[in-house]
Design a protein around this ligand. Sequence first.
Ligand SMILES: Nc1ncnc2c1ncn2[C@@H]1O[C@H](COP(=O)(O)OP(=O)(O)O)[C@@H](O)[C@H]1O
Ligand SMILES: [Mg+2]
Length: 282
Amino acid sequence: MALTRSRKTTPARTRGRAAKLARERRTTPQPKPPIVALRDATVVYPGGHVALERVSLEIERGEFAFVVGPTGCGKSTLIKMLIREIQPASGKVLIAGRDINELPASKVPLLRRRIGTIFQDFKLLPNRTVYDNVAYALQVIGASRAEIRRKTPEIIRLVGLQSKIHNYPDQLSGGEQQRVSIARAFVNHPPLLLADEPTGNLDPETSIGIMQLLYRINRTGTTVLVVTHDREMVDKMRRRVIALEDGRLIRDERAGGYHDESTREFAARVRHELGVPGDQPE
Ligand SMILES: Nc1ncnc2c1ncn2[C@@H]1O[C@H](COP(=O)(O)OP(=O)(O)O)[C@@H](O)[C@H]1O
Ligand SMILES: [Mg+2]
């Protein structure tokens, strides 16, 4: 009834314009919200320690960014907040425009499926082979057996471990174990990959290989956020650097240059600039 009356009293010209606007809205792509947006996010641990204080930042789709800062400054807290392992006392955490702290608990596993995570200590299943560690990540999300058989070897090849596919974690070097955990995090091609000190336990040469792999993943379109202590590596990579100190964001620099390098050029340059010997990047 109300609708009929409003149509009758709205001049045809206005109706035409409204329809045109609606048509345009349908046909022109709307800008996508940033993959990560923090708005004044504050985290307080039980006991009262303020681990993050009014942190605001945005990370665009496809970016490669580092988070740096001394031990205890809140880097891991930031990562945990992005997967809702920790909820802020105040402020907002938006992933792809959605406030993740307003999601019902039942939707949190779905959120975590869309975010790959990598840790310093690899977190592999010790009694499973490389193949099974990766396949497991697909199993838990209910992938079909055909899908698992197709995707698992594909991603293991991508991380350069095809010759170790039947090895157990204790039969792998640290760098190889980290490659398995990257394969597992990336097998669903999440739009966002978070790495908390992924090279913390690795030597410089192996670290370059891991950074190269993360860079290759980034070049497929996945946004990559890497927490690290390795100041030198960060300087050489010339990517955005977000610096925390005592839970506060103290610096956010978007470094220029080198954005169109291939992964091979990247590895060769970083290896050269860090003075690490080595022949061909894998
Ligand atoms: N579960 C917790 N309970 C209380 N305090 C914590 C907890 N986790 C971390 N903290 C404290 O919060 C601060 C930030 O920790 P964290 O985010 O792990 O730092 P980083 O990863 O930068 O080393 C530290 O001072 C740490 O001791
Ligand atoms: Mg940490």
